[in-house]
Design a protein around this ligand. Structure first.
Ligand code: ZN
Length: 447
């Protein structure tokens, strides 16, 4: 296993079409693959991503101790079905991989309807949908099917076959590191363990792939960026166990999930609550002109649970559209390629880029002319004639930047205090720098 923390970047083309269309196409390509917390489905998915971005694939052996957990046996599945008494296949894994409880042990026998029902999972409230079920740490087997279908089954002998293996192997995760000017990092993490489910979390994989491509093409980057594609919970725990010391370099982080549905954006704050990433996301959402919701950290959800465990307490929040469990398609066969849209994916990506741009440019400046206001008019920075509201807002932004650039306020501090959009604050700061009225404060703590 390679433990190197950097990757020589060889980015291939992300494909054609708009960013939203490309992300949607990637989701459709990954959709049929049966992923779980270990196994060939994860490898196959990572190899598809590797065709677009140069991720390193890591294999951690079964039995390795990772904090209080152990890397589990590797699960692979080739086929599974239920044959009705008349010999017809009524449930077929090859048509939809949600039909099998993830991590099912192998089975091949003839059973009665009553016995079969003990191993069937359905959703009475959504009778046409197949539920998503897992049993990672309790050896069992089961099938998932539409409730309507189960109700129609008649008495008789059913053949149940699950051709799976559960044996020593590896846990697989993918990682991409892009070096910035600073060794301080922004971490972007998505879980890769769900089978045919799109919003949760193929949307996250697609967004991160597109984002990595965009960031890699930038000529300069302040922060290094790390992209992690790992199985939920055990994958994040394994990664944190391997990188325990390294996590000190993580300055900002986001857990990416459910970014393809048409709901509004939701931000779940880091455990720290007032970290720069929390403020950057909340400021971006509050000036987006769109509806959004912000929630405090809670120890339930995706891998922010691990990143924000007390031993790490990293500044990692989670930026999603409709959160897990809050849309009816969640963890069912209705979370399919038709449920996620190119438009929503592109809009989510825009939010991520805006947050990154904010963090990248959020420096603290010093007013070079702090004794009374500098005369803006003689520098052409003040309107010669009154009137335009836009010009007025810009001047107001300029006065805020000059007033608060005392070496103690970052541009984000100023945007928050003035309640003006960060992009405006940053724009006028650039003009003031051009005119020699602002100078960057050298951050002694950096690097
Ligand atoms: Zn899930």
């Amino acid at each position: 296993m390679s433990m190197s923390l950097s990757t020589k970047s060889t980015f291939t083309s992300l494909g054609t079409g708009t960013t939203g269309e490309r992300m949607h196409a990637l989701i459709k390509e990954l959709y049929p693959i049966c992923r779980s917390i270990t196994g060939n489905g994860v490898r196959e998915s990572l190899n598809i991503l590797k065709g677009r971005i140069p991720i390193e694939i890591h294999e951690i052996p079964t039995g390795q101790q990772v904090f209080d957990w152990t890397v589990p046996l590797e699960w692979n599945i080739r086929d599974a079905y239920i044959k009705a008494p008349d010999g017809n296949k009524i449930v077929d894994f090859k048509i939809n991989n949600l039909h099998v409880v993830s991590y099912s042990i192998p089975v091949n026998k003839i059973i009665s309807l009553a016995e079969l029902k003990k191993h069937c999972h359905t959703l009475p409230n959504k009778p046409n949908a197949i539920p998503y079920r897992t049993s990672y740490y309790q050896p069992t087997w089961g099938f998932c099917l539409p409730h309507r279908q189960l109700e129609l089954l008649s008495e008789g002998d059913y053949e149940v076959v699950i051709d799976s293996t559960l044996e020593p192997g590896h846990l697989t995760f993918g990682e991409l590191f892009i070096q910035g000017d600073s060794d301080e990092e922004a971490l972007f993490s998505a879980h890769i363990c769900h089978p045919s489910l799109c919003n949760d979390n193929l949307s996250g994989l697609a967004l991160l792939t597109e984002l990595a491509g965009i960031i890699s093409k930038r000529h300069s980057r302040r922060y290094s960026c790390r992209f992690l594609f790992a199985p939920g919970t055990i994958g994040a725990i394994t990664w944190l166990a391997l990188r325990k010391e390294h996590t000190k370099k993580i300055k900002h982080g986001l857990v990416v999930a459910c970014v393809g549905d048409n709901g509004k954006m939701h931000y779940k704050k880091s455990r720290q609550g007032k970290a720069e990433i929390d403020r950057a996301v909340m400021h971006t959402l509050s000036h987006s002109g769109q509806q959004y919701e912000v929630h405090d950290f809670s120890p339930y959800g995706y891998d922010e649970r691990q990143y924000c465990s007390p031993g790490f307490n990293l500044a990692v929040g989670s930026l999603t559209r409709t959160p897990h469990g809050r849309y009816p398609e969640y963890h069912t066969s209705d979370d399919n390629p038709g449920f996620v849209t190119a438009e929503a994916l592109a809009d989510s990506l825009d939010k991520y880029i805006e947050v990154i741009d904010l963090l990248e440019s959020n420096y603290t400046y010093l007013n070079t002319n702090p004794f009374c206001e500098p005369q803006l008019g003689k520098r052409g920075l003040y309107r010669s004639m009154g009137g335009l509201t836009e010009a007025k807002t810009e001047e107001l932004a300029m006065l805020w930047v000059l007033n608060l650039s005392d070496g103690c306020h970052s541009l984000l501090d100023i945007a928050e205090r003035s309640n003006l959009p960060y992009q405006l604050i940053r724009g006028v700061a650039d003009r003031l720098i051009e005119h020699g009225l602002l100078t960057k404060k050298i951050d002694k703590s950096a690097d």
